[in-house]
Ligand binder design. Structure first.
Ligand code: ZN
Ligand code: ZN
Ligand code: FE
Length: 757
């Protein structure tokens, strides 16, 4: 008997080859009907034998196309319309637009094969793509996801492309960015004066220029890259000077795994990450000896490496380079350039030549950065390839806009049980980044069709994100404490809502007492928290100057441990500074001049690094801490004496730890040993703190969050130590533990607080 059903499918089902998949599935089961995109997903009207429809629905659920992500399938009875075929019909707009948009996807193997086939009409065409690959999020301006709503609207398909696009059996059926050399986008090469260079093979020209040590600005998927040959030390150095990026490691790209393995040692898990369609930058241990220039990643044990994700990358790398430096196309701290004209202006002094193309990028999206720690993926930056995939929450929440923090800003919008964390926005310290922040909010609101009823932000009164939130008219603002948001982000990610112990370790966060927090042990639920403990306060002489100059923190810790007598200590670190400089710092501490109190673990790392002679100043926040981690001798098992006082909230003293380090420095114990002993001490100290709190509260879960947990020794050490004492340990694997994940926490806390009102 012939019956009819209506099947609504929600999730990431547009732009991922879902309708052709449905079409082919219907054909295989001898079914008739219709399929179309709607603003909430895909809707199918299907007619045929009920057993065939059942089989059809089963396969739909169990074997969707690789890039699809189904969140819900609703099957209802429908009226028989007696169709005599199955067809795909045009999109219609609905009142509510709940569809999910696919992130950008790296070139697939089929397209790669075609591109390298001399007989193919897209031979060496840098914009080849299909239903399974290519740009998505970065070229979409509105939904539903159809060509006129993307930056491909300017390109009229040629007959051949149109025929592919119309043919449900073709792998380019309804591939919105479909294009070929006849009808699609093109590259062109320009001098940095804006002068066009006449060439019938601009890509070959680029390769020659790179080989001779020039710096190129290359327009990619989510923005411009600055590119140089990673084997050319002089070129890499010049790039660093021009970009004002003195020491931060630069990302590199190589053609394939075998090539990346020439200078790094990836594990099988890391190889899988490199090969994933998201193609993130993966931090990999260096393999020595190798041929990459020293300036690519100085003072680090790691390279940030990735595989090519656009056809253009393949064409640049193939048979040409061991690796190319591919760093974001911006002056340090500004947003990455996406627009041709903007790039020519802003990158003019950075690049010698520009490889442009005429497919517009609507929204910038930096490369994502991940590292495996304790065999799990950790996001240092969650951006291209992952955004705008939602984080699924335990239960539905209000529609909230969370504005994030100041550094490594991302924003978050929620809708029902989905939280959409934006791509990396950057440090909200200049107008350009702040404008990008506002643009990201508007763009995400539009393509996700979310009109937030509430806005959440940090408590810090001076963050631009907080000011933006407070300036929203008619929308109630909920302020969320920074470290509470960190812990809540971790809870949200794990769909946990019961109260637990949260270790929130980072550099800076505004505390409820006006001090700078950052070494926090919280007793937290989503709607509230209590401080169970924290590092004892020390002054930060000079405020933010102490972040750039870790030696100031070292003096502050020494003062806490020894008082004025610190001047008499025989320490190379003190000898390296003029006595009156040290005296000035001591005076600032004693008189409380511009010396806010902090409990930050990030600052403790800085102070210890300076004390142990690692470095006096840093080029970027967290650099000293990162290098201290790198220096550690993992075989060292010793630790320093520490005390865990009773009482709540307990202030955890650091004096004995500092004294232990001073003694080791005086005994000329190598930095590697001091570093590891310091890490071991923190692991044991905080395990003891958690055991105490478990006795008091009964909480047996611990959530680990905050930027300090990018430190692998601390994250693995605490995870294993706490687990061995019977704790369930939650850490981040979907969003960054640093401030890039904080907007997610702000959103869920705001919702939980509103529930109480
Ligand atoms: Zn493809
Ligand atoms: Zn064409
Ligand atoms: Fe933080």
């Amino acid at each position: 008997m012939t019956v009819a059903k209506k099947i609504n499918v929600n999730g990431i089902v547009q732009g991922v080859g879902f309708r052709p998949f449905v079409f082919q599935l219907a054909a295989a089961h001898n079914l008739c009907g219709r399929v179309s995109n709607t603003s909430s997903g895909v809707t199918i009207h299907i007619e045929g034998l009920s057993s065939a429809i059942e089989a059809f629905a089963r396969e739909l659920t169990e074997n969707p196309p690789p890039l699809a992500h189904i969140t819900q399938i609703i099957i209802t009875e429908a009226r028989l319309k007696e169709y005599d075929e199955f067809s795909i019909i045009k999109s219609r707009s609905h009142g509510q637009r709940f569809t999910l948009i696919s992130p950008d996807v790296s070139i697939c193997d089929d397209c790669l094969k075609e591109m390298l086939d001399p007989g193919d009409r897209r031979y060496l065409y840098p914009f080849i793509n299909c239903t399974n690959c290519g740009p998505r999020y970065t070229i979409i301006d509105d939904i539903p996801y159809d060509r006129p709503k993307t930056s491909m609207r300017l390109f009229q398909m040629c007959d051949q492309c149109q025929a592919e696009y119309n043919d449900p059996m073709d792998r380019r059926f309804h591939a919105q960015p479909n294009a070929c050399p006849v009808c699609g986008p093109h590259v062109e090469l320009l001098e940095n004066t804006g002068e066009k260079m006449v060439s019938n093979d601009p890509i070959a020209e680029c390769i020659t220029l790179l080989k001779s040590g020039h710096i190129l600005a290359v327009k990619g998927l989510g923005g411009f890259h600055l590119v140089v040959d990673a084997e050319n030390e002089a070129a890499v150095k010049r790039l660093r000077q021009r970009k004002h990026r003195e020491e931060k490691p630069l990302a590199v790209m190589s053609l394939d795994l075998a090539t990346i393995s020439q200078y790094t040692i990836p594990t099988p898990e890391e190889e899988k990450l490199l090969l994933s369609p998201q193609r993130p930058i993966v931090l990999l241990p260096k393999r020595e000896p190798h041929r990459l220039a020293d300036s690519v990643s100085p003072n680090s044990r790691y390279y940030g490496a990735m595989l090519p994700y656009t056809p253009l990358h393949h064409l640049l790398l193939k048979d040409n380079f061991l690796a190319l430096v591919m760093t974001s196309g911006n002056m340090s701290e500004e947003p990455i350039a996406i627009d041709n004209q903007d790039a020519l202006e802003r990158l003019q002094t950075l690049a010698d030549y520009f490889l442009l193309h005429n497919r517009d990028i609507y929204l910038r999206s930096d490369d994502s950065v991940v590292k495996t720690i304790n065999r799990q993926v950790r996001f240092f930056r969650r951006s291209r390839g992952y955004v705008p995939r939602p984080v699924f929450l335990k239960k539905p929440v209000r529609s909230i806009l969370a504005c994030g923090a100041e550094l490594k800003n991302t924003i978050c919008l929620t809708r029902k049980d989905q939280a959409f964390l934006s791509q990396h926005v950057g440090d909200l310290e200049n107008l350009a980044t702040f404008n990008f922040f506002k643009k990201t909010i508007e763009h995400l609101k539009r393509i996700l069709d979310i009109e937030p009823g509430y806005v959440a932000c940090d408590m810090h009164p001076d963050y631009l994100s907080t000011r933006y939130a407070r300036a929203q008219e008619r929308i109630p603002v909920v302020e969320v404490q920074h470290h509470h948001a960190h812990i809540a982000a971790c809870m949200a990610e794990h769909q946990v809502a019961d109260p637990l112990i949260g270790l929130a370790f980072d550099g800076t966060g505004f505390g409820t007492d006006g001090c700078i927090w950052g070494g926090e042990v919280l007793l937290a639920s989503l709607d509230q928290f209590k401080r169970g403990g924290h590092l004892a306060y020390v002054p930060m002489p000079g405020g933010s100057a102490a972040i750039k100059e870790p030696w100031r923190m070292a003096v502050s810790y020494l003062y806490q441990a020894y008082g004025r007598d610190l001047g008499r200590l025989d320490l190379p670190f003190l000898a390296a500074h003029q006595a009156n400089n040290i005296e000035t710092i001591i005076e600032m501490i004693e008189k409380g001049i511009n010396s806010p109190y902090t409990s930050s673990l990030g600052r403790l790392f800085d102070g210890v690094a300076a004390l142990a002679g690692l470095r006096k100043t840093v080029a970027f926040e967290g650099q000293a801490a990162m290098e201290l981690e790198m220096a550690a001798d993992l075989s060292e098992t010793g630790e320093y004496a520490y005390a865990v006082p009773q009482g709540a909230p307990l202030a955890i003293p650091m004096e004995t730890i500092i004294q232990g380090i001073v003694q080791d420095v005086q005994k000329q114990i190598h930095l590697s040993g001091i570093s590891m002993k310091f890490h071991n001490t923190l692991v044991h100290l905080f395990t003891d703190v958690c055991i105490n709190l478990r006795q008091q509260t009964g909480f047996a879960k611990v959530a680990l969050s905050g930027g300090v947990f990018q430190n692998s020794i601390l994250l693995s050490g605490l995870t294993n130590s706490l687990a061995s004492k019977g704790f369930e340990v939650l850490s981040h694997t979907r969003v960054p533990s640093n401030d890039g994940g904080i907007a997610l926490g702000q959103a869920v806390v705001a919702d939980a607080m509103l529930n109480k009102i």
